[in-house]
Design a protein around this ligand. Structure first.
Ligand SMILES: Cc1cc2nc3c(=O)[nH]c(=O)nc-3n(C[C@H](O)[C@H](O)[C@H](O)COP(=O)(O)O)c2cc1C
Length: 188
């Protein structure tokens, strides 16, 4: 059966980035959001969140965790707001370092309703890899990080767009905004 949307949603994509990887993914996510009133802004420029139906918030995983700017943002997301979390990381997709960071991000946004998460790899600055290699404690993940060169690439960005589309579909259905074709748009 085909489904129809009843109204436009207001969507914010906001992100923190240091070397541009998460910004690329944020842009792809923004591009993947269809038929919505959408905005994309760096996290330091995000203002009142009240008017948005859905917020996408992205960050680079740092020390298996969430950068402080993003921690602060996630904590102040209003009660019940629909939230999709995304990020880039040097370690493997689905690996422990990234998963730990995503769980932590979800715990910070305790008042929001998290509707999904998405992560992909992002190349790591060679200077950081060199530093990590010198430390036996970090060498394991530094070796892993070396193979993140070239990310996020086109396949990652396509997956990001797909994630955005599914999140919007899910948000519409949670808001009761997806109805079978043929249903009266006036509700009468
Ligand atoms: C200080 C620092 C710490 C990092 N720690 C991790 C980590 O614990 N796990 C990981 O997978 N990647 C880690 N990374 C790699 C970044 O998450 C990755 O390169 C990311 O794509 C950078 O995104 P950006 O360009 O948006 O800043 C770290 C990078 C930096 C600079």
């Amino acid at each position: 059966m085909d489904y129809l949307r009843r109204k436009d949603m207001k969507v914010l994509v906001t992100y923190y980035t240091e070397s541009g990887n998460t910004e690329k993914l944020a842009q792809a996510i923004h591009d993947g959001i269809e038929r919505a009133d959408k905005e994309i802004v760096p996290i330091q420029d995000a203002r009142s969140l009240e008017g948005y139906d859905v917020i996408f918030c992205g960050f680079p995983v740092q020390s298996s965790s969430v950068p402080p700017q993003v921690e602060r943002f996630l904590k102040q997301i209003p009660e019940g707001k629909l939230l999709a979390i995304f990020g880039t990381h040097g370690s493997l997709r689905g690996g422990e370092l990234a998963v730990t960071a995503f769980y932590y991000a979800m715990s910070l946004a305790a008042k929001a309703k998290v509707i999904g998460t998405f992560g992909c790899r992002g190349k790591v600055k060679s200077k950081l890899i060199d530093t990590l290699m010198k430390n036996p404690e970090h060498r394991g993940w530094a070796i892993e990080a070396q193979s993140a060169g070239g990310h996020p690439g086109e396949p990652d960005l396509e997956d990001g767009k797909e994630f955005a589309r599914w999140m919007i579909t899910k948000a519409r259905s949670l808001q009761g905004d997806v109805v079978p074709v043929g249903t009266s748009l006036t509700g009468s």
